[in-house]
Design a protein around this ligand. Structure first.
Ligand code: ADP
Ligand code: GN1
Ligand code: MG
Length: 368
């Protein structure tokens, strides 16, 4: 038996699956946690669950992480019930361990949690149907407006400086300086591109400091595969991956969705000729996100949406390159140079957005 499986089996025994676990399969395309789909059978009825080993190298405090998740999902559950929705499908549901805890710590020290599996819905790595992307925009905007009155001071900061782009830039420079893997020589062009964009890394941080942009409760990881789209209605029913819900900037939530979903290529596409920022998708998302935010965004936030898109794309490219230079210790990789390939798509997108900047501004004006 593989070592990892020993801990997987240990974890399974601590959740209320009964004796009837029929199947456990690795699941999804997330870059951070180890996710499994567990099928269990009780009294002749099959039910699926999501079992996750949380990444403690990234989220160092599992207790605080789970306090956030339980707090947010309980809050959302109430709101969904008030609106006559279905809380079992419209938010994540944490299944406690047999001891009544929100997670189980295995003998190696890793935390495991279980969610109800959301049936009849799918996450996408690429936009297959523009309507889905529009639906995801409304849902991410709506998610932010649902959490507008959430007591932000009860939230733990699960990753410090998560979208502090200025800080990310400093960490990138340190990685270049140290060059622990000897890879700097192969990525001169990418390093030069990022350095030429140093100014962009300060914009949002400066505006936050000057209180020109408000701190809100945001999702901070709004890519398309973190939202479940209903297979029948095409509605974006549930925002998932709540590990990074923390105080943050609304324009970052907007931007992170754009860099992933408005791209004409996959995040790790190696043929860069396939990668560009689709203005059709950009427009759909702008329209949907503003609608979903229900008039809560300030004039400045609305005006800065295009900048949010550019900065988040640059930041993500920088993070992928930093990880590549440091030996691929943060994001899961599935092939050599995977993080470098991912970095290249992001930088290509930044360059493309700069070419299309006037169009992006025009679209923005149309919906603001
Ligand atoms: P990561 O932090 O590694 O990205 P996620 O929490 O996003 O992990 O989960 C990875 C994938 O697992 C998601 O993209 C989605 O496809 C699937 N998934 C996660 N939670 C559920 C759920 N409750 N129901 C169905 N699928 C889910
Ligand atoms: C990670 O967890 P996942 O795969 O949804 C990362 C995001 C990045 C994204 C890039 C906690 O998201 O910040 O934008 O990869 N999550 C964390 O695809 O670092
Ligand atoms: Mg995810």
């Amino acid at each position: 038996m593989q070592k990892n499986n020993v801990y997987l089996e240990e974890a399974i025994k601590h959740f209320p699956f009964g004796g009837g676990v029929k199947e456990v399969i690795p699941y999804g395309n997330g870059h951070i946690n180890d996710t499994y789909c567990v099928t269990a059978e009780q009294d002749g009825k099959r039910q699926r669950f999501i079992l996750q080993r949380m990444n403690r190298n990234i989220f160092s405090n599992t207790k605080e992480l789970m306090e956030n998740i339980v707090g947010i999902t309980s809050y959302l559950r109430k709101k969904i019930e008030e609106n006559g929705g279905d809380p079992e499908r419209e938010t994540l549901n944490v299944i406690p361990t047999l001891d009544g805890e929100t997670y189980y710590t295995d003998s190696e020290g890793f935390g495991w949690r279980v969610y109800l599996y959301i049936e009849g819905a799918t996450t996408y790595d690429l936009v297959e149907n523009p309507e889905d992307f529009y639906a995801s925009a409304v849902a991410f905007g709506h998610f932010q407006s649902l959490l507008a009155d959430y007591p932000a001071d009860t939230l733990h900061e699960t990753i410090k400086n998560f979208h502090n782009t200025q800080d990310r830039y400093q960490k990138f420079l340190e990685a270049v300086e140290k060059d622990v893997m000897g890879r700097v020589k192969d990525v001169q062009e990418e390093i030069a591109f990022i350095k030429a964009h140093e100014k962009d890394t300060y914009v949002c941080q400066e505006m936050l400091k000057a209180k020109e942009l408000p701190l809100r409760v945001t999702h901070n990881d709004t890519k398309l595969n973190n939202i479940m789209i209903d297979d029948t209605t095409g509605k974006a029913i549930c925002v998932i991956d709540l590990d990074t819900v923390m105080p943050g900037l609304s324009i970052h939530d907007f931007g992170d969705s754009i860099r992933f979903g408005a791209s004409t290529g996959a995040e790790d596409e190696v043929d860069l000729s396939k990668v560009s920022c689709s203005m059709e998708l950009y427009e759909l998302y702008t329209k949907g996100f503003i609608e979903g935010c229900k008039g809560r965004l300030t004039k400045k936030e609305l005006e800065m949406l295009p900048m949010g898109a550019k900065v988040m794309t640059l930041e993500c490219g920088m993070r992928f390159l930093t990880d590549y230079l440091q030996g691929d210790t943060y994001f899961k990789i599935h092939r050599p140079n995977h993080n470098l390939d991912r970095c290249r798509t992001q930088l290509k997108l930044v360059a493309d957005m700069e070419k299309k900047w006037d169009i992006m501004k025009k679209i923005n004006k149309k919906y603001v």
